[in-house]
Design a protein around this ligand. Sequence first.
Ligand SMILES: Cc1cc2nc3c(=O)[nH]c(=O)nc-3n(C[C@H](O)[C@H](O)[C@H](O)COP(=O)(O)OP(=O)(O)OC[C@H]3O[C@@H](n4cnc5c(N)ncnc54)[C@H](O)[C@@H]3O)c2cc1C
Length: 242
Amino acid sequence: MAKPPIVTTLSEIRELSATVKHFRFAFDPGAGFPFKAGQFLMLHVPKETDPPVRRAYSICSPPHDAGAVEIVVKRVEGGLASNYLFGLAPQTRVTVDGPYGAFVLPSPLPKHLVFVCTGTGIAPFRGQIQTLFKTGVGAATRLTLIFGVRYEDEVLYDGEWRALAAAHPNFRFIPTISRPRHTPAPWTGEVGYVQTKLAQHAPADPDTKVFICGLWDMISAVETTCLELGYPKKHIHYERYD
Ligand SMILES: Cc1cc2nc3c(=O)[nH]c(=O)nc-3n(C[C@H](O)[C@H](O)[C@H](O)COP(=O)(O)OP(=O)(O)OC[C@H]3O[C@@H](n4cnc5c(N)ncnc54)[C@H](O)[C@@H]3O)c2cc1C
């Protein structure tokens, strides 16, 4: 059942790549909703006559960032909600409702938590990884983020991930580029699809869990590889966008 609509103010828009933008929606004082890292909201696209169209977007900010929620959206050609968002000016009033979903951090944490995503599938993991470091994830828990994009300039929040990896020896950031252009500088990191990185960076272990987020073709390929590597199905969790 839909939750009550909440009118927010679009307080920040950041262009992250040619087709992806980051949006921050500030709640009015006393308004808003509590949520768990990894959950999603429903964005309302206003219609003059009919009820609004609602679309799901994973919240990419952590719950401790109270007073606002952030999302990261790819513009889809001809897409209703993504083009509505891309056309908005700062300070526009935007309606959302939520939170929804059970794609949340496991408790207790396993010894090794592996996050695998492509494109805007990074959204729930940004909130979750920020939450883990804010609440003081123990050094005994390893976190591995395997993030696939087509081109070098599509690695969303690249600076944030590199700063976290530099600050926390138990966090490994593995961007992998499927079609490197090698401009302006040669790409010296991983090349290829995310599922080809699992054997090396996330071998199966009884105390390792894999979280996957993005489009179904990628999720399915990652799940198949995990099963081949010996992961039990119950240690593989995913959120699909399509
Ligand atoms: C739980 C959940 C969380 C989600 N979180 C995010 C998120 O954090 N960021 C995000 O960008 N999206 C996310 N999505 C997808 C989002 O809900 C919309 O489906 C997406 O933004 C397209 O909506 P639209 O109204 O712009 O396009 P529509 O008007 O619905 O679709 C227009 C056309 O584009 C196609 N299409 C739809 N999505 C895609 C796509 N991703 N790539 C290529 N073609 C597509 C459709 O099949 C259709 O033909 C999430 C979906 C779910 C279910």
